[in-house]
Structures are given as C-alpha cells and as structure tokens.
Design a protein around this ligand. Structure first.
Ligand SMILES: Cc1cc2nc3c(=O)[nH]c(=O)nc-3n(C[C@H](O)[C@H](O)[C@H](O)COP(=O)(O)OP(=O)(O)OC[C@H]3O[C@@H](n4cnc5c(N)ncnc54)[C@H](O)[C@@H]3O)c2cc1C
Ligand code: SF4
Length: 334
C-alpha cells in the first residue's frame, strides 16, 4: 500500500527547488520508479514534488555545435523514436529501446531513468541492509547471482539499473542541474557514487537539485556507437550484462575507444583496461580477444555470479566483431 504523502505540482523551477530544499521531499517525473519505491518504503518522503508542470524540459533539440540537448522530462520512447538521435547516436536510441516495456518507456523520463533507485532484491524487500542504514550487506553471503562483479569493494554489490546511463557516459554527456545554490553541470560519468565513497548515495546530487537537461557533444567523424544488453528473460528485465560502445574509427583503426559495462557494477562501469587495449590499434580478431580479456581481468565476482565474467568477455567479443565485419547495421557516421 502507498503511504500518505502530500503532492505539489509547481509551475516554475524555483518553486520546485524551494519545496525540495526543505527536505523530506522527493521528485516525481514519470513516477514509474518512484511509486514502487514509496510502496516498498525505500523512499519515505512525506512530500512529492512533481516536476511535470515545468516548461521547456521535455524537448529534444540540436545544439549549435552539432550536439544534442535532451530535456530531463523527455520520455524514453521520445528518445528511442527521435530521428536526430537515431542518426547521430544509434547506440543511445538502441539503449532506449532496451528499457523495460513500451508502457514504461512511454511514461518514464530520461531524468528518472538516470536517477532511479537500484534493484537489489534485499534493498527492495524488507531487509534493513547497509544501503538503508543497516549494518550488513545481505547479498555478500546471500543470493548474489544478479549482483556486481566490479566496484563493490565487498561493501554493496548493487548493479546500476539504467540502460541509458552507460551509453551517455560513453558519449561524454553531461547533465545540467539546477538547485538552491544555482546551476551546475556534471559529467554523467561523475554523477554516480561508488559504495566505498558513500554506501547510501546513488548520485552526487545535493538536496533540492533537479536535473534539467542532458547535453551530448557533437559526434566526431567516424563515431560508431552501440548498446547491447543480455537479460534473463526476453520480456522486460534489467541487464544481467550490457556493453555500450562509442568508438572513433578510421577504417579499421580505433583512434578512441569508450567502453562502458552495464549490469556490472554499482555505477556504469568504465573499462579503462579494455579501452587501453583497443585505443590506437587496428581492429582484428587478435586485438578483439585482447580487449575482451582485458575487460574482465580485474573482475571480483561473488559466490554466485562468476558466470558474468564469461558473459562480458563473450559479449564484448561479439560486439567488436560486429564492428569489424560491419554486421551491426549501425554504420559509422562519416
Ligand atoms: C517493471 C520495470 C522494469 C524496468 N526495466 C528497466 C530496464 O530494463 N532498464 C532500465 O534502464 N530501466 C528500467 N526500469 C526503470 C525505468 O526505466 C525507470 O523507472 C524510469 O526511467 C524512471 O523514470 P520516471 O520518469 O518514471 O522517474 P520517477 O519514477 O518519477 O523518478 C525516479 C527517481 O528519479 C528521481 N528523479 C526523477 N526525475 C529527476 C530529475 N529530473 N532530477 C533529479 N532526480 C529525478 C526521482 O526523485 C526518483 O527517485 C524499469 C522499471 C520498472 C518499474
Ligand atoms: S547489495 Fe547493497 S543494496 Fe543489496 S543488500 Fe547489499 S548493501 Fe543492500
């Protein structure tokens, strides 16, 4: 059952921020995650501040430098269907198509997708675990088959739930944020918090801060982007393992490689080892094999999720072979 809460739908950003900065309040965008969190008591705010009445926050437009600016209230369907995005960043359009079900994509927004709460079944259940302020991570010695193999530090092994954050990190996107102290920009890569830094925070957003827009830089010549996700069921499900690629190609030469793993770590996981193995190299079966091995070399799987190591290696091998053979259907932009 939903707890009792008051509901406010301000018309202006300033009004929304002033309600939020008083504390004990949560932002409502599409509500697809928030309502579940309220029901499960993972969010216990007594005031819900809907940002759906705010103007100019749902559009998708080209920037003067050839990039794209997406309002935080743009729905995931809007992003998946947008021609500009499909043309410039096919991997982002693909990631939108991989999110949940059509109904959830129609209702859920990009801002909400980036800020949704993690899906660990202990956290979403009745367990008072570390992330909820308790003394123990129940997943460490428990049912951890869907949990992280990187970045958990034996503290908390959630996997970051968003399918869209990894490709936005790969593309070098930033979020624009408005809050009580004014406006600021944060690289999507820096938006998220590892358990070793703060086990109870998922993002670096401060009290009262709202993501207003997401900015993606112009695609450089030769940019190739893709997102691949493996899930346990063919129906809607979160990523068991996923990989977002943003490669800058010159023929088969890789001049820049951004490789981000999803379903891997508490944050979208940048595989610097894989990026280093690929950057400056000619794409070949040998370099692909070296890159895929490098991606998992530092994995620290838990008791029941060792299968993810092979899954990531195999998936990255397949995705890079698609680049090599042009089998992906996502032609590099020239
Ligand atoms: C059954 C189910 C399956 C799903 N499967 C997937 C999946 O496969 N892949 C995937 O990526 N996601 C999946 N999701 C998550 C879904 O994508 C999110 O629920 C959705 O994107 C959230 O968007 P929303 O607008 O509804 O956010 P809300 O539910 O309104 O908000 C979510 C959170 O973000 C905060 N928030 C919202 N907007 C902002 C903003 N502009 N600035 C700061 N904070 C904000 C809210 O306070 C809240 O904590 C699934 C969800 C469900 C319920
Ligand atoms: S993995 Fe994190 S969220 Fe899950 S039980 Fe452990 S501390 Fe809690």
């Amino acid at each position: 059952m939903l707890p009792q809460f008051s509901y406010i739908r301000p018309d202006t950003l300033d009004e929304a921020i002033s309600h939020l900065q008083k504390g004990d309040a949560a932002i409502h965008a599409g509500g697809t995650d928030l309502l579940g969190c309220l029901r499960e008591r993972t969010i216990t705010s007594s005031k819900i501040v809907s940002i759906t009445g705010l103007k100019d926050m749902a559009d998708i437009r080209e920037t003067t430098d050839g990039g794209v600016s997406i309002g935080a209230l743009a729905t995931i369907s809007d992003i998946g269907d947008n021609q500009l995005i499909s043309k410039k960043y096919p991997g982002l359009a693909r990631s939108a198509a991989e999110v949940a079900s059509p109904q959830l994509r129609n209702q859920g927004t990009l801002g909400g997708n980036l800020c949704q709460k993690p899906r660990c079944w202990y956290y979403r259940g009745e367990f008072h675990c570390l992330r909820k302020g308790g003394y123990q991570c129940f997943a460490m010695g428990g049912e951890n088959q869907f949990h992280a193999i990187f970045g958990h530090n034996q503290i908390c092994a959630i996997t970051h739930p968003s399918d869209m954050a990894p490709i936005l990190v790969a593309l070098g996107a930033t979020v624009k944020v408005a809050g009580p102290k004014g406006k600021r920009s944060i690289a999507v890569e820096d938006l998220y918090v590892l358990p070793a830094d703060d086990v109870q925070a998922e993002t670096v957003l401060n009290l009262g801060e709202i993501i207003t827009r997401i900015l993606i830089p112009a695609p450089p010549p030769g940019l190739y982007t893709s997102y691949r996700k493996i899930r346990a069921r063919r129906a809607w499900d979160f990523a068991l393992a996923g990989v977002a690629l943003a490669l800058v190609m010159n023929g088969n030469q890789v001049s820049r490689a951004h490789i981000i793993l999803s379903g891997a770590a508490p944050v979208p996981w940048r595989s610097t080892e894989a990026e280093q193995a690929l950057t400056g190299k000619t794409l070949s079966s040998k370099t692909i094999d070296q890159t895929a091995r490098a991606a998992v070399a530092k994995a620290t799987p838990l008791d029941k999720n060792g299968y993810k190591v092979d899954m990531f290696r195999g998936m990255l091998t397949e995705e890079l072979h698609k680049v090599l053979t042009g089998a992906h259907g996502e032609v590099p932009l020239r």
